[in-house]
Design a binder for this molecule. Structure first.
Ligand code: FAD
Length: 271
């Protein structure tokens, strides 16, 4: 039995993120940084892995290798305490077997019911929240009565403007929620969904900010929840850390090649 299990055969987390593309990784950074036990379950194939050179993601004026960016985002989530498993999610359901529509879901959620998530490798996870960030994959949500799916050639999940699906505790982030097909937009939406989740959870939360010492306290204010004040020594030490980490990331070219569209590969096979 792992320390995540408590005798019921499930591994327990507060937040389970299905899909580890840019939206899922970004959501996990925020929930983990704010103290929620978070795990990402990812089948391993972010569509961004197909990009040849990512040139419009803010912060990289000369562009960045897309596979490196994904690696850096995962490292950031793991630094915050998030766990990551490469596995395919097959089912998300309510623990009591109910379909968990929005009315029933509220009731189950209010009693701490949450969700059970099952994976192709036999894993079973229990979590209060699920963030679905699987681009256009929705089969695993079938055991739930909802969320509402929208077919626009590809399948999307209907949400409110902040990623709530109408099924209590279930959020959709990124492309799955119909956001434009750009990495920064989907990463940003993952962050927005996570902040919404923190607010819905009634976490003491203001903003996820690191501010210079005195920024709040110098005005006689408490440091708000989610924020941190740091002094000059700590700031310099963190900057050194950051520079050294970034030098390591960019020291050599990333070993992974862009992935080709599957139909191109299949076409080559039949030739
Ligand atoms: C060739 C190409 C080039 C691109 N270039 C750019 C560019 O230059 N700039 C730009 O802004 N955008 C670009 N994009 C678009 C960008 O990649 C996407 O908009 C972005 O990755 C979508 O993010 P997402 O997190 O919603 O989905 P994804 O990044 O696709 O992540 C979804 C994740 O869910 C996982 N998943 C699916 N089903 C399951 C399941 N059942 N269980 C577990 N995990 C599951 C997948 O394995 C995947 O890792 C490009 C896309 C392509 C195809």
């Amino acid at each position: 039995m792992t320390d995540r299990q408590n005798g019921d055969g499930n591994q327990h987390y507060d937040v389970l993120v299905v899909g580890g593309g840019v939206a899922g990784r970004s959501a996990a950074i925020y929930t983990a940084r704010n103290g929620l036990e978070t795990v990402i379950l990812d089948a391993g194939g972010s569509i961004l892995r197909r990009n040849a050179n990512l040139e419009n993601y803010p912060g990289f004026p000369a562009g960045v290798d897309a596979r490196l960016l994904l690696e850096m985002m995962l490292d950031q989530a793991e630094r915050a305490g998030c766990e990551y498993r490469e596995t395919e999610v097959t089912r998300v359901r309510r623990p009591d077997g109910s379909r968990g529509d929005s009315t029933e879901g509220s009731r189950v959620g209010a009693t701490g019911g949450g969700f059970v998530t099952e994976t192709a490798d036999g894993g079973r996870y229990r979590s209060q929240y699920v963030v679905a960030a699987t681009k256009n994959a929705t089969d695993y949500l079938e055991p739930l009565d909802g969320p509402e799916l929208v077919d626009r050639g590809k399948t999307f999940v209907a949400t409110d403007e902040k990623g709530r699906t109408g099924v209590e505790g279930l959020y959709a982030a990124g492309r799955l929620a119909g956001k434009p097909h750009q990495a920064i937009v989907n990463a940003g939406h993952g962050a927005e969904v996570a902040v919404t989740l923190l607010e819905d959870d009634d976490r003491p939360f203001y903003h996820d900010w690191v501010a210079p010492e005195g920024y709040f306290t110098g005005r006689g204010r408490e440091v708000p929840p989610g924020c941190e004040e740091i002094g000059d020594d700590e700031r310099r030490s963190r900057e050194d850390d950051s520079r050294s980490a970034m030098q390591d990331y960019f020291d050599e070219s990333h070993p992974d090649e862009p992935e080709m569209h599957p139909s191109v590969e299949n076409a080559e096979e039949t030739d």
